[in-house]
Design a protein around this ligand. Structure first.
Ligand SMILES: [Zn+2]
Length: 219
């Protein structure tokens, strides 16, 4: 089959030999005759190859936001900056939604009378020590968070629907929240959080008291 090899050749190189001209004309005649004026250089490649993207993205975002919190975050550091301040393990879990092995985390069996668990990325206070309970699941478990400190996001990976929880200040992945499991807690919810995503601070009762909705950005 000669023709498919020609089209592959044409897609992957800008060099045309005299032999390819005939096949090239056939392909080019299928393109729209009038193209829109070129957009700014930053977006030119995407818009030229996929002109229906603006419509599609608005369609997807409008349906997705029906089931989840607004996923815009005050701390907008790019991955390059996160890599500079996080360990490789922290980056994998906080920024790439990884999961630490159960029963291995620093805070799985950590309990304190006072203090707060902060986001290990941006230091925003997330959970009070009094929110923590013994779930036996292998990860730190909290029945509630500080008001506004955690956002929820529908997660359809691994063939099931779960509710992902992220830091409301930087979007860092914390873990998942489960409801209706029957634990004897005030909310019947279990915030199942990676220890790697957290940093405990015993001195931070002031931060807990002000119930900050994630205001401790370093940016
Ligand atoms: Zn954070």
């Amino acid at each position: 089959m000669l023709f498919p090899r020609f089209t592959t050749f044409l897609r992957t190189t800008a060099t045309f030999s005299s032999l390819s001209v005939t096949a090239g004309i056939t392909i080019f005649r299928r393109l729209p005759l009038s193209l829109p004026p070129p957009p700014p250089a930053s977006s030119r490649v995407v818009l030229r190859s996929m002109p229906t993207i603006p419509f599609l993205s608005s369609f997807f975002s409008s349906s997705a936001t029906q089931q989840q919190d607004d996923m815009s975050f005050p701390d907008q550091r790019p991955d390059s900056e996160w890599q500079a301040v996080l360990s490789p393990k922290q980056f994998r879990i906080l920024r790439e939604k990884g999961t630490e092995a159960p029963f291995t985390g620093e805070y799985d069996k950590h309990f304190a009378d006072a203090g707060v668990y902060k986001c290990a990325g941006c230091q925003a206070p997330l959970y009070k020590a009094s929110h923590k309970f013994k779930s036996g699941c292998g990860w730190p478990a909290y029945f509630d968070s500080l008001p506004g400190a955690v956002k929820r996001n529908v997660d359809n990976t691994l063939g099931m629907q779960r509710t992902e929880i992220v830091c409301a200040n930087c979007g860092g992945h914390l873990g998942h929240v489960f409801k209706g499991e029957g634990y004897a807690t005030p909310t019947d919810e279990r915030h199942c959080v990676n220890s790697v995503s957290l940093k405990f601070s015993a001195e931070d009762e002031a931060a807990a008291a002000k119930d900050a909705g994630g205001a401790a950005s370093k940016a």
